[in-house]
Write a protein that binds this ligand. Structure first.
Ligand code: GLP
Length: 252
């Protein structure tokens, strides 16, 4: 089942996404949240922090597993995804930092790190709700086009377009790592619920291709069409190439 919620703009999208995550935490206080980085979820995390500060949310029993991390970066490197999560969410809510997980970018044995991460997800009982953004080429996490659908956590070589897209977040574009650890499509598809968010006209074409075209490894996010509990929250700009009329099982 696919639900699509069309938001007016980024703020509206962030509130809607935060509402869905809040509902998960309220319904299951010890839930496992799969979390994402990038510009898309920043507003969602800001909204969750605001509701936490108002006393509406309790993260004390929540566990988190993040999708991905750059290879070679330590958690205190300001460009690392661990640092992003700490500063955008974890430091501002009452989560036990020991219950938050991001792949270790500095692991000396990458294969062992991937195994550890897969076992960790299993030992937590799987992911209740996985939050995702989407790359311009349809990547989710760092699963680039043509990746096999069946993988769990693995090390990937980033495509040139992803390296360029992410260079804006680095002081020196030359510092963007070329490799990353990422949960695979298989790990993502095993989440009980998936929430994908997208904002802005630059995501309009890929949102159309990923969710209204064929399922293909050329567009990794397209596999989400066959997940049985997928929610899409996107703003008008990101849905501007998409005709929602006549879609069954959608709410917009
Ligand atoms: C990065 C992350 C993805 C993210 C994507 C889109 O490559 N690894 O998890 O979804 O970028 O980011 P943004 O939300 O900034 O467009």
């Amino acid at each position: 089942m696919i639900r699509i919620y069309k938001a007016k703009d980024y703020n509206d999208l962030s509130r809607k996404a935060a509402n869905i995550i809040s509902a998960q935490i309220i319904m299951k206080p010890n839930c496992v949240l799969g979390l994402a980085t990038g510009s898309s979820p920043v507003g969602t995390y800001r909204q969750l922090v605001e509701w936490y500060k108002k006393g509406d949310l309790d993260f004390s029993e929540v566990h988190t597993v993040n999708l991905d991390e750059y290879k070679g970066l330590s958690g205190d490197n300001t460009e690392s995804y661990r640092y992003f999560m700490n500063t955008n969410l974890f430091e501002h809510v009452n989560i036990n930092i020991a219950n938050t997980n991001v792949p270790n970018g500095q692991a000396v044995d990458p294969e062992a790190e991937c195994r550890r991460y897969n076992e960790l997800i299993r030992s937590l009982g799987g992911i209740d709700l996985q939050l995702l953004g989407i790359g311009h080429n349809g990547h989710i996490g760092f699963n680039e086009p043509e990746e096999a659908f069946e993988k769990e956590t693995h090390l990937v070589a980033l495509t040139q377009s992803t390296i360029e897209a992410n260079a804006r977040l680095f002081d020196d574009p030359k510092d963007v790592p070329h490799y990353a650890f990422t949960m695979g499509i298989k790990s993502i598809m095993q989440a009980r619920k998936i929430l994908i968010i997208a904002s802005g006209a630059d995501k309009a074409q890929i949102m159309h291709d990923a969710f209204f075209g064929p399922v293909t490894p050329k567009i990794p996010a397209s596999i989400l069409q066959i997940h049985n509990d997928l929610t899409i929250v996107a703003d008008e700009a990101a849905l501007s190439q998409t005709d929602l009329k006549g879609m069954k099982n959608s709410d917009y």
